[in-house]
Design a protein around this ligand. Structure first.
Ligand code: SAH
Ligand code: SF4
Length: 403
């Protein structure tokens, strides 16, 4: 059953706020902004550290709440900057606790406001947030609904971090105002404990913004999520994989989906540019790869397409020598698509073969079905997001790449 928690009050059409936001900026970026408004040079480091802590460890949205910042400085900041969150157009909570937010981001340049969905999936002892990197996608994977949509635009670092902040706000996952100023804020025991870049878009085609955002997410004085609990999923943008490892250092998930180039060319057309061998070589060389930091290979189960026992055996052969786990994702059909999800028995047979070869390949029951079914109640502009978001859920339900 769908239980809408809240719907944001009708807001004026979003436009870029006149005041720049400090959210999503690196420390250097905040420093430069402070300098621009005339903050004394010798104060910049200290002010940046204070702001960083209030914004990310404490989650405040109002400069007036920054109690260890002088009153004058608070009003200077207030007149120059904003810490505004994205507008929440709708919020839904599933009977199993899965939550979904439809968020609207302002127009940038000549564009229009855009909407994306972010999903939170609670589990025992942890909770995973599925975050988007782009609106639409330039790639055209034949089984993916997002792939039928043109890229509208990249999300900014502010908008990517904003998805995490909204989730923490709404879940009550920031310390409350009674926490004394300067008190240590524990990074453990949070409701949002894991992030997967498995929402809309190809994160490695929006590298700089995704990097900036994930470095804030993993910053020990920022959102404090361990890099082992952040997973970046890519369809296989080979040249960017080493940079992702070196500069972001998160866990890596690869949307493999096929074990032969002829088939992968059809399912993930980017394969024509970066075929399986090149992709797997990049994986073998992924910085920091070890048995403790394995790569997740996502494999969508398409009936009579890629789901035979021979495919499973070939998968095992291909991955030999790569510390890996395998996510078997039941295919999520969408209107007009020609693929079907493999039968449950077929998925189990496939999983057994992979398991016997020593790879974890859990298949979990999908969650949040009820609110996904109710997606039609959201704004029609979000049409393209629905299938995208369903599939992301399924990807996670099949076991995402964290411990
Ligand atoms: N663009 C990136 C990340 C977003 S997609 C990527 O392709 O990896 C997240 C995962 O969902 C990918 O593995 C993607 O292939 C998979 N997926 C896409 N459409 C799906 C569908 N209809 N059913 C199941 N999984 C799907
Ligand atoms: Fe883009 Fe990923 Fe969908 Fe392919 S699977 S079209 S890369 S979002």
């Amino acid at each position: 059953m769908t239980a809408p928690l809240a719907t944001a009050p009708a807001a004026a059409r979003s436009t870029v706020s006149e005041k720049p936001s400090l959210i999503g900026l690196s420390r250097e970026g905040i420093g430069a902004e402070l300098e621009r408004i005339g903050v004394e040079r010798k104060q910049i480091r200290m002010r940046t550290a204070q702001l960083w802590n209030w914004m990310y460890a404490r989650g405040v949205t109002d400069f007036a709440d920054m109690l260890n910042v002088s009153k004058d400085m608070r009003s200077t900041l207030e007149s120059a900057f904003t810490l505004k969150r994205p507008e929440i157009v709708a919020e839904q909570v599933s009977e199993d606790g899965t939550r979904k937010w439809l968020m609207r981001f302002p127009a940038r340049g000549a564009g229009r406001p855009v909407e994306i969905e972010t999903v939170y999936i609670p589990e025992i002892g942890r909770g995973t947030l599925c975050v988007s990197s782009q609106v639409g996608c330039t790639l055209t994977c034949s089984f993916c609904h997002t792939g039928t949509q043109k890229l509208v635009r990249n999300l900014t670092a502010e908008e990517i971090v904003g998805q995490i902040l909204v989730a923490r706000d709404r879940l009550g996952d920031f310390p409350d105002a009674t926490t004394p100023v300067g008190a240590a804020v524990p990074s453990e025991g949070r409701l949002v404990s894991n992030i997967v870049m498995m929402g809309m878009g190809e994160p490695l085609y929006n590298f700089d913004n995704v990097k900036e955002a994930l470095l804030i997410a993993s910053d020990g004085e920022g959102l404090s999520l361990s890099k082992r609990r952040i997973t970046l999923s890519t369809s296989g943008v080979v040249p960017m994989i080493p940079r992702a490892g070196e500069e972001i250092g998160s866990m890596l998930a690869i949307s493999l989906h096929a074990v032969r180039d002829d088939l992968r060319d059809l399912l993930v057309p980017l394969n024509k540019k970066y075929p399986i061998k090149e992709l797997l070589d990049a994986c073998r060389n992924y910085p920091g790869l070890s048995n403790a930091r394995r790569i997740t290979f996502e494999y969508v189960m398409l009936k009579d397409v890629n789901d035979s026992p021979a495919d499973a055996r070939e998968l095992v052969r291909l991955l030999k020598g790569i510390p890996a786990k395998i996510n078997l994702i039941p295919f999520n059909p969408w209107p007009g698509v020609n693929y079907q999800c493999s039968d449950w028995e077929t998925i189990e047979t496939f999983s057994d073969i992979v398991n016997r070869a020593g790879y974890a390949s859990p298949i979990r029951t999908p969650r949040g079905r009820d609110i996904l079914a109710a997606c039609g109640q959201l704004k029609s502009e979000s049409e393209r997001m629905r299938a995208r978001e369903r599939l992301a859920l399924e990807a996670m339900m099949a076991g995402d790449a964290d411990e």
